[in-house]
Design a protein around this ligand. Structure first.
Ligand code: ADP
Ligand code: MG
Length: 683
């Protein structure tokens, strides 16, 4: 038995140079080596008669040497050794380049196992530099499932395989078992030693499958436990329970009746706020499901219980809109609302900050940057983050640090399946709003090509003539950003000057200054413009109920969920609304993706399809996703295992064995290491 965490240099054949190369792969200790799993496998178990070897297909065969090696010195640095081998089916010529020493080991008249790739040209078939092994000795490079590792310059696969084998032989027995026996029994999982041995040197494909299963489960289990622990720790943080949970005045002031889904979410929230522990809740609801009203109710309760609320919006436009509509709703209830955005004038900002610091403001609406960085609250008790599927675990953890353990409510308009929600938001409790306010009509969605341009323009005219407004979303801001993409600036100009000279066309994009954007949005909201040509800055949250038509140019450039978000900008009032997706893309997959959007208005269904089509990485955007990179498990392929691991983790946490039993120390260590890598503190 040897130390798992000893340097790899402890192993035979690994000196300073090799150790450096391994370090480039992130391998420093013997354990790192053992935890460096193959990227794929080559089946060398099947023996093929020489006559059945296929060109360019590597294969194993058994053959007898039927000639003495002949070495030719071609030129300096190039030796060529030839030798013939035969089995019952055929003869084959082998060529070794600069491997005289190897070829010399082949004895005339003896049998060997070979592994190599058949090549063929006008001069006949042959094989170059096959590996071979004595028939008497156990197979290392032949007759087995060969692990193939990701490599870096200077390292070859055999070296890594051999080093791993050595590490396993030395330390395989000291690998800690992370999964309790009962759990392994329940889910039919093999033990650690078997799993590591067979992920590297599978004795059969069944054994490999068992090993993979176990390691995938372990990976998901450890991650889920970590998130669960984080949730638990945060929930342990105490807060004076809100004494006043009376929402009657709030309900009376609302211009509508809350939906059942809103009521259920609010009940969850009230339970949290009255519990004496800190709330950590994700509110998930489709576009237009009315999350703002729920947030407003929570802010109302916070104010009535003497603490301040910070509502953080992803864009200034949205912050301004929220501030305005929330002030309208809450001011009569004597809850004062302040706005704080980067583009406000210095005196206005100072005024807002003073109101916040002196607790004259009960609810502060602003962009993330402003609120999370430099703003001092008199008594912050609730943080609401809006539309944040782009919000990672670490950012949430940072938020929770603000103020004295404020309650946290995160609102997301990207409905995702529960399993994935648990991966992304496993540190939060989740409320789902799966119901839209009554009277919402479905938005008729059409997929069209350029040939329909004139008819769609006529349709815009008709909507405007009926007193409605229209959004046109372009993927680019300026002309020339990309050859084939419609740009908002140029298109707005064209529409105004030639297509709709008699209508009022406005332009909005992300490079405009804050006050400019604000002015444009305000004008559109006041119906002083008929058509708003925009980039995706209007993707989230913007609420102009009179807008009934959403047109999206180069629709193939957007993800399904993003298109669904954009479409959600219309259909917010009582009038029939429409969405038109322009594309001239002929790719059948792309068209299938876009047609999915025409068939349904259900965000959950759309995200399910989007996920299936693009995979979680693309779906969330790789960088911003906060999605962990799993080593063996795949969020796409191994959903069932993920579900099992999640429920196992939940049960395990509920049984509270983790903190009590010394035998779980390795498991805790693994969790800590995992979350330390993510720059998250677990304590
Ligand atoms: P989202 O969940 O996308 O943020 P909003 O909160 O912006 O949705 O609400 C969308 C629209 O629905 C708003 O105009 C809001 O006033 C309205 N609304 C919210 N709740 C209800 C309800 N229970 N009944 C009717 N209209 C509602
Ligand atoms: Mg919203």
């Amino acid at each position: 038995m040897a130390d798992l965490y000893a340097s790899v240099r402890y192993l035979k054949g690994i000196g300073e140079a090799r150790a450096k190369q391994l370090a480039a792969l992130g391998i420093e200790t013997v354990y790192d080596l053992i935890a460096y799993f193959p990227r794929t496998y080559e089946d060398r178990t099947r023996l093929v008669p020489i006559s059945e070897l296929q060109v360019d297909e590597p294969a194993c065969f058994r053959a007898m040497v039927t000639s003495h090696p002949q070495t030719h010195h071609i030129r300096k640095g190039l030796d060529l050794t030839k030798i013939s081998v035969t089995d019952e089916s055929a003869r084959l010529r082998l060529t070794f380049f600069n491997q005289k020493y190897a070829a010399d080991n082949l004895e005339y008249g003896k049998e060997y196992y070979f592994y190599g790739t058949l090549t063929g040209d006008y001069s006949g078939y042959g094989m170059t530099n096959p590996v071979f092994e004595d028939v008497e000795k156990p197979g290392v490079l032949t007759r087995r499932i060969m692990p193939i590792y990701s490599l870096t310059a200077g390292l070859n696969n055999n070296f890594v395989a051999r080093s791993v084998a050595q590490a396993l032989a030395l330390c395989g027995d000291s690998l800690p078992e992370l999964l309790p026996l009962a759990l392994r029994r329940q889910y039919g999982l093999c033990d650690t030693a078997f799993a590591y041995a067979n992920i590297h040197q599978p004795s059969s494909f069944e054994a490999l499958e068992q090993a993979r299963n176990r390691l995938i489960f372990e990976e998901f289990f450890v991650f889920s436990l970590g998130l669960g622990l984080m949730r638990g720790r945060r929930a342990q943080k105490g807060r004076q329970p809100f004494a006043n949970l009376d929402l009657a005045p709030f309900r009376a002031a609302l211009p509508f009746t809350l939906t059942g889904a809103q009521e259920r979410a609010l009940a969850d929230i009230c339970r949290d706020l009255g519990s004496g522990r800190v709330m950590n809740r994700m509110l998930q609801g489709d576009v237009g499901s009315g999350k703002t009203a729920v947030a407003a109710a929570a802010a109302y309760l916070a104010a009535k219980n003497g603490v301040q609320t910070a509502l953080m919006a992803p864009t200034e436009i949205l912050a301004e809109q929220h501030a305005k509509s929330l002030a309208q709703l809450l001011a009569p209830l004597r809850v004062s609302v302040s706005l704080l955005t980067g583009s406000m004038s210095a005196p206005k900002k100072r005024e807002a900050r003073e109101a916040i610091a002196s607790h004259r403001a009960d609810l502060v609406v602003g962009t993330h940057a402003l609120i999370s960085e430099s703003t001092a609250f008199a008594n912050l008790g609730l943080v609401v983050a809006d539309e944040q599927h782009r919000f990672g675990v670490a950012q949430r953890a940072a938020l929770a640090e603000k103020g004295e353990n404020p309650h946290l409510l995160v609102m997301s308009a990207t409905p995702i399946p529960r399993t994935l929600a648990l991966i992304l938001y496993g540190d939060l409790d989740i409320s789902v709003m799966d119901e839209l306010p009554p009277g919402r009509q479905t938005i008729d969605t059409f997929l069209v090509g350029e040939t329909m341009r004139a008819r769609i323009n006529a349709f815009i005219r008709k909507q405007v003539a009926e007193g409605h407004q229209c959004y046109i979303v372009c993927p680019a801001i300026e002309e020339g950003e990309s050859e084939s993409l419609r740009s908002a600036e140029a298109w707005a100009e064209t529409l105004q000057s030639t297509v709709f000279p008699d209508l009022r066309v406005a332009l909005l994009h992300g490079r405009m200054k804050g006050p400019e954007k604000e002015a444009v949005m305000a004008r559109f909201a006041r119906h002083e413009a008929d058509i708003l040509v925009s980039t995706t800055v209007i993707e989230v949250g913007v609420d102009v109920p009179n807008a009934t038509l959403m047109i999206i140019e180069n629709a193939d450039r957007f993800g399904l969920s993003q298109l669904h978000q954009l479409r959600g900008r219309v259909g917010r009032g009582k009038d029939k609304s429409y969405c038109v997706l322009f594309t001239d893309n002929r790719n059948p997959e792309t068209l299938q993706r876009l047609k999915a959007l025409c068939k349904t208005n259900d965000g959950f269904e759309i995200s399910r399809q989007d996920l299936a089509l693009r995979g979680p990485g693309d779906f969330f955007g790789t960088r911003q996703s906060g999605l962990p990179a799993f080593k063996v498990g795949s969020l796409q392929m191994d959903l069932q295992t993920l579900q099992n691991a999640q429920s196992a983790a939940a049960e395990f946490l509920a049984s509270q064995e983790l903190s009590l039993r010394a035998e779980y120390a390795p498991l805790m260590d693994r969790i800590r290491t995992l979350f330390a890598d993510r720059e998250l503190a677990l304590n």
